[in-house]
Write a protein that binds this ligand. Sequence first.
Ligand SMILES: O=c1[nH]cc([C@@H]2O[C@H](COP(=O)(O)OP(=O)(O)OP(=O)(O)O)[C@@H](O)[C@H]2O)c(=O)[nH]1
Length: 666
Amino acid sequence: MVLIPVIGKLVSKRVVLASASPRRQEILTNVGLRFEVVPSWFKETLEKSSFATPYEYAIETAKQKALEVANRMHLKHLRTPDIVIGADTVVTVEKQILEKPVDKQDAYEMLSRLSGKEHSVFTGVAIVHCSSKDDCLETEVTDFYEETKVKFAELSEELLWEYIHSGEPMDKAGGYGIQALGGMLVEYVHGDFLNVVGFPLNHFCKKLAELYYPPPKHTIHHTKNDSIPSVETFENLSDGESDSSDPMHHKNANKLDRSGTPLSGAVQTLVNSCSTETSCMVTVENQSGVMEYSAKFPSKIVELMDGFRASKALFVASKLKVFDLLKDKCILKAVVVADKVEASVHGTERLLDACASLGLLDKTHQGYSNTDLANKYLVSDGEYSLHGYIIHSNDRLWHLFTHLEAAVKEGTMQTHQAFGKETEDLFQRNRASEEISIIGPAVTERDKLLSNTELFFNLGKDSCYHSVEAKQRFMTAMHSIAKLTARDVATAFDLSQFRSACDLGGCTGVLAHELVQNYPNLNITVFDLPEVIANVSCFQPSGKHITPVTFTAGDFFKDNLPEADLYILSLILHHWNDEKIHILLSKISAICKPGSALLVAEMVLDEEKTYPPTAVLQSLSMTEGKQRSGSEYKQLLEKYGFTNVQIKITGNILDAILGFRKTSAH
Ligand SMILES: O=c1[nH]cc([C@@H]2O[C@H](COP(=O)(O)OP(=O)(O)OP(=O)(O)O)[C@@H](O)[C@H]2O)c(=O)[nH]1
């Protein structure tokens, strides 16, 4: 979901695509952009020889297309659009610019020129921001171009004419459609494929990111990401001042913020599917020149309404270990799966079909098999398995969230309603003792039983978690999330200056192991409650090159903390109330020597506190703690004597915040 936030910046805007090209419409619709289509009347008749380069010609044509639409809409007193997008694609070969063929002969000449050669495809794009002042249209144009090199195979006369007679070349720059039959003519493509098709989506998103997010602040560092388009390009961005969706407002922006983003990994993929807008408004002009709008399906709302069904299908398939059955390229028919999971054939078939529709399974006439996504994240013993977290979501969070209405009305967690009277009693007892604990550093019995594992999952205070089996289930859930996030947290900053680190509430030690991998000279201690430490052995990585991590049992509210140059709080702060945070951060601040540091890993909210959805939705559990924005984390760390606070939006579930201890105590 890395792209969605950038596209999402346009959600509240009236966006118009000034193009009749169905390909451009499709490319933009596919990524969830909501827009109207108003084809441009601008004639592509600019004098090519007056442009020094083909891309300048393409950019200018794109600009004129967009401006023509902006002006026309304004003049006709239609509500002025916020943004008009224009594009123009040309092909160049041997210094000649080729546009769409005018007839078959023209197509023949174009394709003959391209045969056996490499050529360039340029698409110029113009993004025109419009505003209306004193009834005058004001525009601000941002433009760019993208070049892709394409090599054609040698084309025989017979093939050429057959292709031309297919009719495909006629509305396409250079006389071919790479996305269809024309793809058979192509030997290689160097660069953005979609640019050839008519719209350079990747570059467009980068441009939006530049426009809608201010330049990086000195306090926010950017994180590498090995996927393209990368987090670096869209993700490690910070929103601006008051109106984060207006590029004009970003020019002087200097507040800390996170990008919008999602998401990498399976959890983010799931969240993404809920944050996508896929409806598209098409505008057509009727005989009397009046624009008519026809709204397509409100897919986002439908997706949200169906969200619970999709979640439950995933949960049940995971619980029945369907994805384990179908791992290792195994293909099974529904009847076989039903037999193995001891369920009805009828029900299993429906469940498998649901999973196929959600992109978790592939269905062929041979049967069902895991998609790559399922193989990576849903098989229970996979390296990055989310199975533990999914089971936890089904067994615990699902029940909590069925009481959301009451939770909202009362403003409290609904653990007692969800899990029964016994829980309620325990909850009450702990509430009382918690109040006492605020006065001093003592913690409740319940707190002692909880590690950050539980806190992250908003488990609340219910007795079911006292059993060893239940604790291991939590730890498995926590472990799976840590596996997904540890790498990005560990590499968010250069930590090579530190010799010792202590991960407070570090649970099974996933982050600790990742840190040692990256910094082999780092001695790291995981400090967590005795009940947690007692269960960590089965979660440890094996192999001869694994550097050991030290596990120390203790309570970070009560006991002395191990000495270290670097303290780590991963998924701790968001859970606790201000009093508990005061106790903890005062303690860390006091033990930190000048030059040592505190690394915090949390989901960092944007300044409006509406992004990322994972964090915002988690707040609905009504725990005592809260999610914070980048500026709030900065302030919090500074309050406890940490300076030079840096924030990295990783693009993963967890972001990273690093602060250095000042020379004198605060
Ligand atoms: O491989 C492919 N190459 C090009 C195309 C399509 O070609 C046209 C390019 O023409 P232009 O940029 O002038 O755009 P129009 O279609 O005329 O629409 P406007 O309203 O924007 O002027 C474009 O449609 C590409 O998609 C292709 O499909 N495959």
